[in-house]
Design a protein around this ligand. Structure first.
Ligand code: XMP
Length: 319
């Protein structure tokens, strides 16, 4: 029987053997898989690891700072943070089509990552957070969304163009094992048991054209929702929960005046495999509190709705 500590020890020596005294590059997203790879490789090869963290302007509130805090400050991992908000938002300007938006975000990510990588001398390996279900998935299907998801998230296009050898220490593990490894490696519980977050980030949670104003409102609304889910103990009872920005103006009454402001939708689901999902039956009191807080605390939001659609036919994300 393998314990997390034994798996780590085994992988540490395998990585050391594979890498020797060469350098490894890792795209750190702040998600569970890449975070665990970062912690594991740091343990195995220390300063021979360089992580690149791309802030695309579509991250959740304080996410970039948290990633830097956890890895660079507390663990001493070498992390290059690239502030690419203007670049991403510029490329997304005027684009309304969901798949086109995804492509722009994915391609821009690769461009930025590539450029950063080319500035680092002597890199021979690219580390990826590929886990066992990803291996199965990409063997089973080379088309469809599943593949798109992985190709973006695990930067699939890169090894060919960059001629780097792959380091994939989680290839044989399931998600729950990866999480246990993360805890054993000292990553914070909240990071290891975080809900999944899509590669295109808030880009698929702002319907239609992405604008910085929208992203800022959405970040605040989402942070309130997540904070209240955590405070009420519902975060761990749901598989994924988030806010969505609807670029629709709805009337609200403030004092004597009528104001037309944006609408925020809340989505929370329970699922095992993310292929089917049931909307989470959150308590009305909780929804009431979140709604009141969002409308009262955020300028620019006049209405909050709760999404009661199951998957199928509705997908988990709104785009
Ligand atoms: P859907 O919306 O298809 O989502 O029901 C299922 C799961 O996949 C995530 N998702 C994505 N992840 N890139 C990603 O990395 C994407 O383009 C993408 N689209 C959806 C979604 O958050 C959910 O967990």
């Amino acid at each position: 029987l393998w314990t997390p500590a034994q798996i780590i020890e085994d992988q540490v020596s395998r990585v050391r053997e594979q890498v020797g005294d060469r350098h490894v590059l890792l795209g750190l997203s702040g998600g569970v898989d890449s975070s665990v790879v970062a912690a594991l490789l740091h343990k195995a090869i220390g300063d021979q690891l360089t992580c690149v963290f791309v802030d695309n302007g579509l991250l959740r509130k304080n996410e970039g700072d948290q990633v830097m805090e956890t890895f660079a400050k507390h663990m001493g991992v070498k992390v290059i943070r690239v502030d690419a908000e203007d670049l991403f938002l510029g490329k997304l300007k005027g684009e309304n089509d969901p798949e086109a938006k995804r492509k722009i975000i994915g391609n821009t990510f690769i461009d930025v990552f590539d450029e950063e990588a080319s500035k680092i001398d002597g890199v021979d390996f690219l580390a990826q957070g590929t886990i066992y279900p990803d291996v199965i998935e990409s063997a089973a299907s080379k088309t469809g969304k599943a593949h798109v998801i992985k190709s973006h998230h695990n930067v699939g296009g890169l090894p060919e163009t960059m001629k780097l050898k792959l380091v994939e220490p989680l290839r044989e593990l399931f998600k729950d094992e990866v999480r246990k490894l993360g805890l054993e490696l000292g990553l914070p519980y909240d990071m290891v048991y975080r809900h999944p977050f899509p590669g295109p980030g808030l880009g698929v949670r702002i319907l239609g054209e992405v604008k910085k104003d929208y992203a800022d409102i959405l970040r605040d609304a989402d942070a309130i929702f997540i904070e209240e889910l955590r405070a009420s103990g519902w975060y761990d009872k749901t598989s994924q929960a988030f806010a969505v920005f609807l670029p629709v103006k709805s009337v609200g009454v403030v004092g004597d005046g009528r104001r037309y402001e944006w609408v925020i939708a809340l989505r929370a689901v329970e699922t095992i495999d993310f292929m089917t999902a049931r909307w989470a039956h959150l308590p009305y009191e909780l929804l009431e509190k979140v709604s009141n807080r969002i409308i009262n605390e955020l300028e620019g939001v006049s209405r909050v709705t709760y999404d009661v659609s199951s998957k199928p036919p509705a997908t988990i994300e709104w785009e």
